[in-house]
Design a protein around this ligand. Structure first.
Ligand SMILES: [Zn+2]
Length: 366
């Protein structure tokens, strides 16, 4: 291995996005298997079951079975579905739904050594294209990030489905995607300073930076269009930013302060926002930690206000402020991704940056 480290990129083999692309599922399944098994959540599956079944049937690869009981990506759920899909001789997995169903499907396929195709039903995450599965306990406590040998062979993003899901999913997805340009840059700089560790490719980093400019250019319009039920170019651009550009080539790694701060906030009583929304706030805190120019921070904050992402502590819920230092300490847990910042970050620095973000957020609302 060179001293500078090996450059690594992990990508899905194929990505397809547009209204109606789910109808092509069967034709792609047929290229890789004969006995598809669907992993999904109940609500998601009820919306797409008929379309999936008819596409598979038309291609001559009828569904071998399905499990639509995913509510959380747990070890027990993964093992249970592996047993069921194996007993049905499944040779390809289709993951359908939100992040949890998709993560479960990827872990199931990994354990069965068969390929996986993902077909999201909403836009709150970028889990569909990533080569990892985040595993939780039944009561949603983080256990591990399970890294997979490869990314899905196909990501099928039907904008007729994800673009018509409630707008809040798109907003959450934009919040999560907002972090990528900042976290991937920090992560890349941090890795460069170490010897013999895996390095991000410039190509992947460039796409993550593109994600940010896409959000700034089209995010506000995309939210308005989804609100109005319009599948516009802005919606397509933002869906691509969330589903393909954010996390592009990192396989699941590449996080830094924004996600660590999110993880810290999860211990604060009263937190009432979802993953992507908390990550958006964490992104601004990371920008403050990095001492970015005030104009740059204000631009991101104004955008957050316009699309409905939190910029003040009170936007995150009725937080018990006595726990903010606990959150700052948890964010700096040596096993969390704060360690991928290019400079040492202490709980005090995080605490101060949270307060500074809140103060800036307040002034933005006056
Ligand atoms: Zn995230």
């Amino acid at each position: 291995m060179p001293d500078s480290g090996v450059r690594k990129v992990i990508l899905p083999a194929r990505y397809l996005q547009g209204p109606g692309v789910l109808s092509q599922l069967g034709a792609f399944v047929k290229q890789h298997g004969e006995r598809p098994f669907v992993v999904s959540g109940k609500t998601s599956f009820s919306k797409v079951k008929a379309r999936i079944q008819s596409s598979l049937l038309a291609a001559g690869v009828p569904m071998a079975g399905y499990d639509d009981s995913v509510v959380e990506c747990t070890r027990a759920k993964i093992d249970g579905i592996v047993a069921r899909a194996t007993s049905m001789d499944a040779d390809i997995i289709i993951g359908c739904g939100g992040g949890k169903a998709v993560d479960t499907s990827k872990a199931v396929a990994e354990k069965m050594h068969v390929p996986v195709i993902t077909a999201p039903t909403q836009c709150a995450t970028n889990a569909d294209g990533m080569a990892d599965a985040v595993i939780f306990t039944e009561d949603h406590k983080f256990i591990e990030d399970f890294y997979l040998s490869r990314a899905p062979i196909l990501v099928l993003v039907d904008t007729d489905i994800v673009g018509r899901a409630p707008t809040q999913y798109l907003v959450q997805g934009m919040g999560d995607a907002l972090a990528c340009a900042f976290e991937k840059s920090a992560y890349s700089i941090c890795q460069k300073s170490k010897k013999g560790v895996e390095q991000a490719t410039s190509a992947a980093l460039e796409v993550n930076l593109k994600c940010f400019s896409t959000l700034m250019a089209y995010g506000v319009q995309a939210k308005k269009d989804v609100d109005a039920g319009r599948l516009s170019e802005a919606v397509e651009a933002v869906v691509e930013a969330i589903k393909l550009q954010s996390g592009f080539g990192f396989g699941g790694g590449g996080c830094a302060a924004a996600h660590a701060i999110h993880n810290g906030f999860t211990v604060v009583p009263g937190i009432a926002r979802k993953h992507g929304e908390i990550v958006a706030f964490g992104t601004i805190v990371q920008m403050v930690l990095e001492k970015r120019p005030m104009g740059e921070i204000e631009r991101v904050m104004r955008w957050c206000v316009e699309v409905g992402l939190p910029t003040r502590l009170k936007d995150l819920g009725r937080l018990d402020s006595a726990y903010l230092m606990v959150a700052a300490e948890k964010a700096c847990d040596p096993n969390d991704t704060m360690s991928f910042m290019p400079f040492p970050v202490s709980p005090k620095m995080v605490y101060d940056a949270i307060q500074e973000t809140d103060r800036l957020g307040e002034s933005m609302h006056q």
